[in-house]
Structure formats: C-alpha cells, structure tokens
Design a protein around this ligand. Structure first.
Ligand code: COA
Ligand code: ZN
Length: 298
C-alpha cells in the first residue's frame, strides 16, 4: 500500500480563528489525542504576535508540554526572524513559513509585501539549515485571494523554483479560502509535480465550497502524498474573510484508506480526537462523513 502523510493543522490553523481561546494545556491535550491516533505530523502552534493572533499565545508552553512526542514531527508557524528565534529557543525542530500568492494576502497576514515575506523566508531558511531545523514553506492564497482575486500561477511556479532550489524540506500549496476547484488543482499541482517531482510537495485545502475532498483527490492523482487537514474540520483564517474550515482529517483519512492508501491513522482514536476538538472549541463541526463514520463504528 502506498503511504500517505497527514499533517494535522487543527491545533494551529484550526484554533487561530475560534471564538473560544484555548489554554496551552488544552492545546497540548488536542495534539496528544492526534498523536495517540497515529498522526505523525502536527502543526502545534505559531510564534506570531499575540496581538495579531491571541489564540496562539503561549506556543512555547505548548511545545514544553510535548517534549515526549518522540518521532512525531511537530511544526510551528513563524512569520519573521523573531518568531524563528522564539520557536527554536522553545525547542522547535520544524518551522513552517508562509509565502503569498498575492499582495493583498501578504499585507493582511503579516503587514509585509510579497517580496519582504520572501526575504524573511530566505533568511530564516539559511539559519534553519545551519541549525538543522526542518523547514516547510506554505504558499497562502495559491489559487485565489479574498482581496486580489485569482492568483497568477506563474508566481507560484517561480516561488517553487526558488525555494525548492534553496533546499526547503517541503513546499506546500494552500487554498487558504477554499476557492479552488479540482481542475485548477490538477493544472497547478500537476505542473509543479512534473517539474520538481512530488516528494517535497504538499497540499492544504479548505472546505469552504465543499470541494476540499475533490481537491485532495485531484492532488493525489497528480502524485501528492502529503496533505494538511484539520481534526473536526476546524479552521478559518482571521485575515481571510469568508474562509471556513480546513478539509477534515477524518474525511481525508477515510477517503485515502478506502482508496488503498496507508495513513497509519486509527479511525476510532481519530474520532476521539474529533470529539475533544468539539468539546474544547464548541465549534468543530466534524467532517462531512462524521455521522456515517460514527454510525459505522457503533
Ligand atoms: N512573535 C511574537 N511577537 C512578535 C513577533 C513574533 N514572531 N513578531 C513581532 N512581535 C511583536 C513585536 O515585538 C511587537 O510587540 P510590542 O508591540 O509589544 O512592541 C509587535 O509584535 C508588533 O511588531 P511589529 O514588528 O511592528 O509587527 P507588525 O505589527 O507589523 O506585525 C507580524 C507583523 C508578522 C508580527 C504580525 O502581523 C503577525 O504576527 N502575524 C501573524 C499572522 C498569522 O499568524 N496568520 C496566520 C498564518 S496563515
Ligand atoms: Zn489554512
């Protein structure tokens, strides 16, 4: 069976936009529930300005509560050098940096232009190489931006060349507002995979227009074997109006396993994590297959 890696971004992308702000200890509980289900990659938090994203305050405490996570890859988002320094001081061994497909998204997210975000990323990447820290670069608004409209695919292809050449461990294409359709995914991700191979590419989809799973499928067909997803379909970006939750981890795991991929994830335990996400946030809707999956397991 072909292996598929799921990176659960619920504890970061999912929690950053919830009405309820969770204490670090509860975020640790959520990450632990995911690890217990066999999820090997989790985005555990963000070292960002707590004024910009109050829900991510205390990221160092989250990492401190997870020092026994073993081989699991716990990543944290960093927007600038300050974030990188705080993250590595807190023990982070994997950082996620964000690039932007549009100027509007870059400004709204980090008050930088695209070029400044690229410079910050290049600087952090150079340091991370020296420090032996793993680096994922995620391109936000890779298909469409809530401010600037359709993203120019040429921008994404050019960024991919630059950053894959400079040695990022992973280059992830994000449909931040959930606007992409499978044809667009097939075209952009197919071009990237044809040029670079799929081994260092990943995809990140939101389910705003109910095309999350269809987009995962299109990317799978293009050879992608690593996907971001959020437990319980948590999500939404505070700086991207109209964005709703990430594609739910339960749904992606269900579809992938049914198609013969091996995610290494235990569905019963994953549903326990989904229950916890709902209990803690009061909002995690659960995947589209939630009712069926639960009925199936009674
Ligand atoms: N971690 C913690 N605090 C940080 C920080 C970081 N990585 N970077 C800056 N700060 C602090 C500064 O020390 C300063 O604090 P002060 O007001 O107490 O002096 C404050 O944040 C503002 O710093 P400044 O450099 O002026 O940044 P800014 O106001 O232009 O904001 C960012 C820029 C990048 C810090 C902010 O927009 C941010 O954190 N964005 C993250 C957004 C995000 O996570 N989006 C989701 C990703 S898809
Ligand atoms: Zn997202």
């Amino acid at each position: 069976m072909s292996a598929l890696t799921i990176n659960d971004v619920g504890p970061r992308d999912g929690l950053q936009n919830q009405p309820r702000i969770l204490e670090p200890a509860d975020r640790v509980r959520l990450v632990r529930a995911l690890l217990a289900a066999g999820v090997t990659h989790v985005e555990a938090g963000a070292f960002v300005s707590p004024k910009a994203v109050p829900a991510m305050a205390g990221a160092a405490e989250v990492l401190a509560g997870l020092t026994d996570a073993g081989d699991a890859v716990l990543s944290v988002l960093v927007p600038n050098v300050k974030g990188y320094e705080l993250a590595t001081a807190a023990g982070a061994r994997c950082v996620c940096m964000v690039l932007y497909g549009s100027e509007g998204m870059a400004q709204a997210n980090v008050r930088m232009n695209r070029e400044q975000a690229e410079e910050a990323t290049a600087e952090i990447l150079a340091r991370a190489k020296q420090d032996g820290v793993r680096v994922t670069v995620t391109v936000a608004a890779a298909f469409e931006c809530p401010y600037d409209g359709i993203t120019d695919a040429g921008i994404i292809l050019e960024m991919a060349r630059r950053f894959l050449d400079t040695g990022v461990d992973e280059f992830c294409i994000a449909d931040t507002i959930g606007a992409a359709n499978p044809k667009q995914v097939q075209k952009l991700v197919g071009s990237l995979a044809a040029e670079h191979g799929a081994s260092r590419l990943g995809c990140h989809f939101h389910d705003t227009r109910a095309m999350g799973l269809a987009n995962v499928y299109a990317a799978l067909e293009a050879g992608i074997r690593k996907f971001d997803a959020a437990i319980g379909g948590l999500g939404g970006c505070p700086f991207a109006p109209g964005a709703s939750g990430n594609v739910a981890t339960e749904d992606v795991v269900m579809m992938a396993e049914q198609m013969g991929f091996d995610t290494g994830i235990d569905m019963d335990r994953l549903l326990v994590a989904a229950d916890l996400a709902r209990e803690l946030t009061g909002t995690a809707p659960g995947g589209r297959a939630s009712a069926w999956l639960r009925g199936e397991r009674k």
